[in-house]
Design a binder for this molecule. Structure first.
Ligand code: URA
Length: 456
């Protein structure tokens, strides 16, 4: 076929019929997405064909690489520190980034973290950071470099030129019900992470009722795909499968999540934030190990805890916020700076045990309170969100407050209250809370999960 003109319609048909596309064909589609020379209906049809038919590992590798090089790529030469990052597949109340980035920097690494906005029912790191008055997420690459040199960590948004193919494909996936697919999630995340020029990467793969891939076997397959893709590209990659069957920590929203993270950085140990602290230390431990600052992930975790408890991580977080224009008075005030116009208590309708949560519905409740957006580009409310007062397994009394909701308009409460009524299940018998960390998938054990394959 080399030399002959390619036509998107032929490639859609080929994938629709379950055939493997060549490198040239995949590159043609990715270039067409990045340069907007292939119309949206054809890209969407191809995405749906991939969603239904899947990709071979060779196709996935070509897709990720073509997306990675569809725009500019970062180069951290001369920084004098290894670059290590953590990425999550998306969750509710997931604020580990605000802990692990300064902890990794405190351990002598650099974390150039490029983050996203609220997506579907999941929260967005950038939206949370922008609830800090003055904080700039839209740094240029040279500004980011300056912050990295000074603080060792910088959390910013995607620039216009970083992986433009994903920008296009992602917005189409969001509108065409093609998000929840391991190949497409892998290519989307890994193309951005590899373009960021990292030495090592730790991915928090969420599983459970609040994850994009709820099924644990599917989450394992996604994890193995990301390890395979990262290692093939020369970036040490480890995935940690963590529980997302309830919000992580006790806060979900924008400012409230920053405040919870700051409380932990300040040495606070609220009982309902212990899961957040533990997951953050495990992820940071892997970052420190892969970055060569510890002999094992366990030793890395010990170093991480030291950097958290001795205040170094807090100092670095404050420096990073200040370097990116954020107001330290708000940071230091934490929940004292929380300014929702309205609060509403959500109570248990009966006594018993908190046995199950549909965490996706909890996530939608948070977004509908105003923390997320219906359409790309809409503003979000900095002080919308909720605080959970129970964890799975807790005994509850009838009428006990299960959550406090925060919103800027009173009319925002009705839908989230309904969602929480459906989402939180009180049962008669106690049930053990799910384990926080399900598994570590790395180069050593990925192959057995790759062999297990994916069920569309
Ligand atoms: N995050 C991403 O960047 N892409 C996905 O496909 C899912 C989560």
């Amino acid at each position: 076929m080399t030399g002959m003109a390619l036509h998107a319609v032929d490639l859609i048909r080929k994938k629709r019929d379950g055939e493997e596309l060549t490198r040239e064909e995949i590159r043609f589609l990715v270039e067409g997405a990045a340069q907007e020379t292939i119309p949206e209906e054809q890209l969407s049809a191809w995405l749906m064909a991939v969603f239904l038919r899947g990709l071979t590992l060779a196709e996935l590798d070509t897709l990720t690489t073509a997306m990675r090089f569809s725009g500019e790529v970062l180069d951290h030469t001369g920084l004098g520190r290894k670059t290590v990052d953590k990425h999550s597949t998306g969750g509710v109340g997931d604020k580990t980034s605000f802990l692990v980035a300064p902890i990794a920097a405190a351990a002598g690494l650099a974390d150039p973290m490029i983050s996203g906005r609220a997506l579907g029912h999941t929260g967005g790191t950038l939206d949370k950071l922008e609830s800090i008055p003055g904080y700039r997420t839209g740094l240029s690459l040279s500004e980011m470099r300056t912050v990295l040199e000074k603080c060792g960590a910088s959390i910013v948004g995607q620039t216009k030129n970083l992986v433009p193919a994903d920008r296009k494909l992602y917005s189409l996936r969001d509108r065409t019900a093609t998000v929840e697919n391991p190949y497409l999630i892998c290519a989307s995340i890994m193309s951005k992470k590899l373009a960021a020029g990292l030495d090592a990467l730790v991915i928090d793969v969420k599983t459970g009722s609040g994850a994009f891939l709820r099924d644990e076997d599917q989450a394992r397959y996604l994890a193995a795909l990301m390890v395979e893709t990262g290692e093939r590209a020369g970036t040490r990659t480890v995935t940690v499968l963590t529980d997302m069957s309830q919000p992580l920590g006790r806060m979900a929203g924008n400012w409230v999540e920053i405040a919870e993270a700051v409380q932990l950085l300040q040495g606070g140990r609220p009982a309902l934030s212990e899961d957040l602290r533990e997951v953050s230390l495990i992820l940071a431990g892997w970052m420190i190990f892969l970055g060569g600052k510890a002999h094992s992930a366990e030793e890395g975790k010990r170093i991480a805890e030291e950097k958290l408890t001795d205040g170094t991580a807090l100092r670095i977080f404050r420096e990073m916020v200040a370097a990116q224009g954020g107001d330290l008075k708000a940071i230091d005030a934490g929940m004292g700076f929380h300014q929702p116009h309205f609060r509403r208590e959500f109570r248990a309708s009966r006594g018993g045990y908190f046995v199950a949560a549909d965490c996706t519905k909890v996530g939608w409740a948070v977004q509908r309170l105003g923390a997320g957006r219906e359409k790309a580009g809409e503003p979000v409310e900095a002080h919308a969100g909720l605080e959970m007062h129970v964890k799975l397994g807790s005994k509850v009394e009838a009428g006990q407050v299960l959550a406090t909701l925060f919103a800027q308009e009173e009319s925002r409460f009705a839908e989230p209250e309904q969602l929480l009524t459906e989402a939180l299940t009180i049962g008669d018998a106690p049930a053990a809370p799910p384990p926080l960390v399900r598994e570590i998938i790395s180069a050593e054990n990925k192959d057995s999960y790759l062999k297990a394959g994916h069920r569309p």
